[in-house]
Design a protein around this ligand. Structure first.
Ligand code: PAF
Length: 254
């Protein structure tokens, strides 16, 4: 039976017990509204570690738009069932006041890579992400933490933070999970209208076409997307687009 822990001191206590028992911990941080992408991270955590721990916390500090924060689906009961079926042993579901008992006075601020791409479109987003991830990694003290490659920039920044602060948790990158038509799984997808949902897979198809970023941006705009960016970073091609009220991101190796 999956264990739900809401109190942070109790969560720390449970993690210490697991470590004392010599059990390795795999950690999957989420905001809930779990889909197959999250479940693949949980399955991998459970396959590679003795215990799989999941956090479900809709992190207010990574939102610059209150409407976006409000819109994020809160589906705890269904999430617990899905997490358990995927092999999770324990879910941490903290209260925002407890997690931010400092009132967000202390925060992680990366000064270069966090300012471009997503960071250029979402003020303060990565400060919020890195801060909550650091808090959660410290609470859980996992051997390994699992992050999806769909949020490539987030993954790179978390990896950088773990190295910069000598964190003891290994950051593990996991491949993007896609719908059969190629659309990257995301909790935002449920907000797409049927017409937008039908168009959405074009993002991946055009991004993976092998064309140059400027040409990809042109084709996406012609297809009906609002294009925020298409940019190459090393061997990665990253894009963010808007479809109605929904913002989609994706990336491919190129
Ligand atoms: O990727 C997410 O769902 C969130 O950014 C994370 C890592 C759980 C931090 O709130």
């Amino acid at each position: 039976m999956i264990e739900l822990v809401e109190d942070l001191d109790r969560a720390r206590g449970r993690m210490a017990e697991l470590r004392r028992a010599g059990l390795s911990i795999g950690f999957v941080p989420t905001m809930g509204a779990l889909h197959d992408g999250h479940l693949s991270l949980i399955r991998r955590a459970r396959a590679e570690c003795d215990r799989a721990v999941v956090s479900i916390f809709v992190n207010p500090t990574q939102y610059d738009d209150p409407a976006d924060l409000e819109r994020y689906p809160r589906t705890l009961a269904a999430d617990l069932e899905k997490a358990e079926a995927a092999g999770a042993d324990l879910v941490i579901h903290p209260d925002a006041g407890a997690l931010y008992r400092d009132g967000y006075r202390y925060r992680v601020h990366e000064t270069e890579a966090s300012r471009e791409l997503e960071g250029a479109h979402r003020a303060g987003h990565f400060d919020g992400v890195l801060t909550v991830v650091l808090k959660l990694l410290n609470i859980v003290g996992a051997d390994r933490a699992y992050f999806g490659e769909k949020d490539w920039q987030q993954l790179e920044l978390v990896r950088g933070m773990a190295a910069a602060f000598f964190l003891g948790t290994q950051i593990v990158a996991c491949p993007t999970v896609r719908e059969p038509d190629g659309l990257a799984m995301s909790s935002r997808n449920i907000h797409l209208t049927p017409a937008e949902r039908a168009l959405a897979p074009e993002l991946y198809r055009i991004l993976a076409s092998g064309a140059e970023p400027a040409e990809i941006a042109r084709r996406l705009a012609t297809a009906g997307f609002g294009v925020d960016y298409v940019e190459r970073r090393g061997a990665r091609l990253l894009a963010a687009v808007r479809l109605g009220k929904v913002r989609l991101i994706d990336n491919v190796e190129a």
